[in-house]
Design a protein around this ligand. Structure first.
Ligand SMILES: Nc1ncnc2c1ncn2[C@@H]1O[C@H](COP(=O)(O)OP(=O)(O)OP(=O)(O)O)[C@@H](O)[C@H]1O
Ligand SMILES: [Mg+2]
Length: 240
């Protein structure tokens, strides 16, 4: 077997008295779509933020293709090939779709090249027809695709999606998942945080479950859905 593309080992992150991540380890191989699930407050967004350099873990190692990432600034990690989308979409609402997407391309290219790259990214996610629309006028499915296009414009190897499908209905989710599968077939590696179990089970071949900052299970969707610790984590929280 080849070495994992992304390797997280023993990562811990504390916010004051709260241990948000505790000794988290996981690995993701090139070309996988891995789901990261867990109840609200489990630490999913915190882990993504640590991966892309927005939070520095107190302990642990994060490597991308063997390269150490802990301590690097977010733009360096993006340049190394890993970016995340934001849980609450952070587009520039008064700018056009094209301008929003090309900001991703400025990481590696001068503005004219970034613009050409942005057009290709819009095409890849199937929304080249709305490049001139203002971000504030977008529908939820369009916004989700613009977010992905902007991330693609940084030319990542690993894309971390934080609840990108949260505002979508079932049919829109199915279309969005088709897009993610297509991107994977083009060589992208994906880690997906999502609360919609139907979607995550259909999309991912492997799931990692966080609860109170710890990995409590990992395995195929079928294995995870019958794992007693996972069932307990979800039922325990919803009954609380
Ligand atoms: N910047 C911060 N400062 C202090 N505490 C934080 C910060 N960010 C997150 N937390 C806390 O860390 C814990 C993990 O939060 P996180 O946002 O990672 O959870 P999550 O799994 O993404 O939850 P959700 O499913 O609701 O998005 C929570 O208790 C949260 O309140
Ligand atoms: Mg979150």
């Amino acid at each position: 077997m080849s070495a994992p593309l992304l390797e997280v080992s023993g990562v811990s992150k504390r916010f004051g008295g709260l241990q948000a991540l505790s000794n988290v380890s996981l690995s993701v191989s090139a070309g996988e779509i891995v789901g990261l699930i867990g109840p609200n407050g489990a630490g999913k967004t915190t882990l993504f933020s640590a991966l892309v350099g927005l939070h520095r873990p107190e302990m642990g190692r994060i490597t991308l293709d063997g390269r150490d990432l802990v301590g690097l600034k977010p733009h360096r990690i993006a340049a190394a090939g890993m970016v995340k989308t934001f849980q609450n979409v952070a587009l520039f609402l008064e700018s056009t779709v094209l301008d929003n997407v090309l900001t991703g391309g400025l990481l590696r290219h001068p503005v004219e090249d970034a613009r050409a790259l942005a057009r290709r990214c819009l095409d890849r996610v199937g929304i080249s027809g709305i490049s001139g629309k203002l971000a504030r006028d977008l529908s939820f499915p369009e916004r989700a695709r613009v977010e992905v296009a902007r991330a693609l414009c940084t030319e990542p190897r690993v894309l971390l999606l934080d609840e990108a499908m949260a505002a979508l209905n079932h049919a829109e989710m199915d279309e969005f998942m088709d897009l993610l599968r297509q991107l994977r077939s083009e060589g992208l590696t994906l880690v997906v945080v999502e609360h919609h179990m139907r979607a995550i089970m259909a999309l991912c071949e492997r799931l990692v479950v966080l609860n109170f900052g710890q990995v409590i299970a990992s395995g195929t969707p079928a294995e995870i859905s019958r794992n007693p610790a996972v069932v307990e984590a979800y039922l325990g929280r919803s009954a609380a």
